[in-house]
Design a protein around this ligand. Structure first.
Ligand SMILES: [Zn+2]
Length: 120
């Protein structure tokens, strides 16, 4: 297994806000829940106060990293549109929806051209 230079984006604009993406090459990544101050070990989380998405790398496959990035982007979109759901449902929805989207992108090796100048 070779470990290469991190090719993932360092910042990403989601709707009206640019989020930093920080990568943690660590065995564990700890998220502290705002309300309860409870700590949990995760592969990614969003810090809404600093507009930062945190992702654990540590030799994990690219496909998993992208799934986690999409997952966290999903949380940001849900928050932006103030969609109401319980924490458990939000987590389940993000896992399944972003897993589905990521698999479509990967399995079809989709590359997007969003040029506004090009027309068909
Ligand atoms: Zn989540």
């Amino acid at each position: 297994m070779s470990i290469q230079k991190n090719p993932f984006p360092r910042k990403i604009k989601i709707l009206d806000t640019v989020y930093k993406i920080k990568y943690h090459n660590t065995e564990t990544l700890i998220m502290v829940v705002d309300d309860t101050k409870e700590e949990s070990s995760v592969n990614g989380f969003v810090d809404f106060d600093t507009c930062t998405i945190n992702i654990r790398t540590n030799g994990r496959p690219y496909s998993e990293i992208w799934s986690d990035i999409w997952h966290e982007i999903g949380h940001v979109i849900k928050s932006y549109f103030k969609i109401k759901m319980t924490d458990d449902l939000e987590e389940l929805f993000m896992n399944l929806f972003t897993l589905g989207c990521n698999s479509v992108i990967m399995d079809n090796e989709l590359k997007f051209d969003f040029s506004k100048k090009r027309r068909i």
